[in-house]
Design a protein around this ligand. Sequence first.
Ligand SMILES: Cc1cc2nc3c(=O)[nH]c(=O)nc-3n(C[C@H](O)[C@H](O)[C@H](O)COP(=O)(O)OP(=O)(O)OC[C@H]3O[C@@H](n4cnc5c(N)ncnc54)[C@H](O)[C@@H]3O)c2cc1C
Length: 430
Amino acid sequence: MSERFETWGKTHAVVPAAWASPADEAEVAEVVRRAAAAGQVVRVVGGGHSWSDGVVTDGVIVRLDRLDQLLQIDEQRGLATAQAGMRFRAFNEALAARGYAVSIVGSIDQQSLAGLLATGTHGSSLVHGNLSSFIVAMRIVTATGEVLVLDEGDERLPAARVSLGALGVVTQVTMRVERAFQVTESNTPVSFEAGVQALTTLAGESEWAKLWWLPHTDAAMLIRAHRSDTPATYSPRQRAFDERVVNARIFKGVLALGAVFPALIPALNRLVGAVYFTPRTVVGRSDLVLSMAMPPVHRESEWAIPAEHAADAIRRIRAAIEAQGLRVNFILEARFVKGDTNWMSPAYGRDTVQIGAYVGGSPDREAFYAAVAAIVATFGGRPHWGKEAAFDAALIRRVFPMAGAFATLVRQLDPAGVFRNPFVRRVIGS
Ligand SMILES: Cc1cc2nc3c(=O)[nH]c(=O)nc-3n(C[C@H](O)[C@H](O)[C@H](O)COP(=O)(O)OP(=O)(O)OC[C@H]3O[C@@H](n4cnc5c(N)ncnc54)[C@H](O)[C@@H]3O)c2cc1C
């Protein structure tokens, strides 16, 4: 029997008919041709770090772990070309070794390049878009096994930057990078109301900025970062301690306790707030400081709404948690993404705030997700493709202006549906 696939967040599991681990683009093409001839669906797994079912198929799951090299840095144009299966951490390390960096990173760096780009993974900045917006060229093995080469002159590149894996197997990407830089990141604990009020100016004042709020408490935290040349204080040891001890043991234990005794969640949150929502400043290499210690397994839903509604949305989510007595044992997060022109990007056409609704083992997860979904719907909320969100093709057509054009392109490039698993069908319709 074939190996089982399970998402990092334990949201989906499947035993595909077969796995494939091609060593180069020609082998990827062969895998796709064979699966297409056999009528099997093909999906690629990157790091498996999405909560959504993008990878899930009972057909063939392709692992690109052998396509993991940084191929070239074009110093004149500030571009880096890498194979699509390269992990983000390895990419950042390879860039740093050559004196380069990406301008934005998400919370973690375990994903593959193609995986994080396929879902519009973002950090928090109104100066920079999501990571997909940095793509200037791609190579994609399409349903016929042919290689589609897209560059900035190709009108399909804005469709392919956030591809959802629906156009084919991405084998190579070229992204804009910049000279390596350091940042100073500061955590400032504030009250809920002060944090929410700060949302209107926060992203305009700092190149990177986000807000956390701990439900059932008045504890919020402003996290801001700017470029700096002061001596580095970032400690790999501290990061390892945070991952292996604080998160993997203490925080995991707190989440487990809340899952077994949900009535304790408000008190546990107050404890967590008192211990962790404290002032802190770290200086160091941009990708290390802007990312975080790997958290324990938990669940995440996330929606993108116009940036100007950030405060209103967060206040309404707090009111819903209180009115419905929802027990939520994880932070609520507000992060910013500069608007772009990429068809399926949650930041398409508007500066955006991403509202992250997270939870670790609470019995109220579904009710919480539903409450958040209802609130963001009033602002034209768009789902984060890598997280948990209930949507169908009708909702997607309403909130993504280019969804119809994307569906048409998917059907042109893949008429037989070689890459069309249930996730893609929910996006483009049957
Ligand atoms: C702890 C944690 C923290 C996170 N933090 C953030 C964050 O800060 N910001 C944010 O935006 N997101 C965040 N995410 C979400 C994560 O970045 C996305 O879900 C991302 O897509 C995961 O990358 P992956 O390589 O694991 O992709 P997978 O989950 O393996 O795949 C994602 C999708 O991409 C497709 N795909 C993968 N490779 C290819 C390829 N070569 N060609 C075509 N399609 C492909 C897959 O089929 C699937 O549909 C976080 C996730 C976790 C678990």
